[in-house]
Design a protein around this ligand. Sequence first.
Ligand SMILES: *Cc1c(COP(=O)(O)O)cnc(C)c1O
Length: 465
Amino acid sequence: MRYISTRGKAPALNFEEVVLTGMATDGGLYVPESFPQMSKAEIADLAGLPYHEAAFRVMRPFVGDSIPEETFRQMLKETYASFSHDAVAPLKQLDSNHFLLELFHGPTLAFKDVALQLLGRLLDHFLAKRGERGVIMGATSGDTGSAAIEGCKPCTHVDIYILHPHNRVSEVQRRQMTTVLAPNVHNIAVEGDFDDCQAMVKASFANQDFLKGQRLIAVNSINWARIMAQVVYYFTSAVALGAPHREVSFSVPSANFGDVFAGYVARKMGLPVKQLIVATNANDILHRTLHDNDFSKKPLEPTLAPSMDIVVSSNFERLLFDLYQQDGSAIADLLETFQKEPTQLDAKAWESARELFDSFSLDDQGILRVIADAFERTGELLDPHTATAYLATQKCAKDAATPVVTLATAHPAKFEDAVIKAGFKEGAKLPLHMSDLLQREEKYSVLPSDLQAIQRFVAEQQALA
Ligand SMILES: *Cc1c(COP(=O)(O)O)cnc(C)c1O
């Protein structure tokens, strides 16, 4: 499998190179040159398989011969053994044709574990093969950092440095990062805000001299392996509901468009996906683009669903590339214009997106109402991100005969604020295996918001100083 850039100018890469590379050198994102096809029989055969085996069959064509088959099988077995539910991504029925796909049974209680547990192991495998060490640096306002840390915990060739704003993340979120005591895990509490953290990580990628030749790796949602890992649960849940003999729709809490794009990839591979519903919070660029063809930025609005607080949806570019018939220079032009001023998608491309995608946006008041209402109707306590998609299903589902799967992207205990505000005074209980989180030992370093100080710290820990 060869991977090409959405902006058409960077060299094509193989799977190993794509995993180790973040953004393409032309500023684009890597996508497969063509989507592998699964036949009806191959899809039907996924029924009843353990999750890791279904994962192997769906992902194998993307991986090709980059990893020996048995090694990859074993890697997937270990990856999904870190989930606390045997089914990994269990499906719950909410009413006659509405289902909830629980993607929060991983170590940090959010769907990002599904991909980051695998990405850590993939990186470790390739770096070990090359005899290299890799350094991961990332900034987090809470959520992605812990999933990345848990994903790297078992790695022997990767050191991870996660910057978070000191005293500005919730206690549960901080502890999910700082109670991981593995020697290759480094938590840095920066005396500044999230933007300071992000700016210092960006500057470190731009000038990597302080690493004296060690490889710096990004694990943000533009890494292709993250999309690939997410394609799997679209297949497993659709097959459980009767695919390939029956169509299935999905409703997805969305921000960077990585998760719902994985659903698009599943459809391209042959899964009969009827409709993809894109749910957003008040940061509604995806809804404005898909519903009104208004492709423009709007200032960030902090919401009760903070993991969906974005200005730009990075992975949307991958969809655009496909809608524009892989015309890299048209995508480069469109995004250059978009960075400067409000713009629109090409009418034909927008119309073809509308055949598959619907969208919906829900503000904070709506989120609180939905959490209360869904509990009353179904007995399920939804997290604020999932709440947006739950209502989007009711507003946008086109065809009553087609089952809709709403993706539950986080456990409600992770977002206690919203749950309490929605009227559940006790909050939501952490699952049993995490109930001692508040008693566990923590390890982190508090550093000033100063690039030199951060880079000196990393170099010292890497014994490069
Ligand atoms: C990251 C995240 C999302 C958004 O996923 P994208 O792939 O960025 O669209 C939704 N819900 C939760 C809980 C998340 O952590």
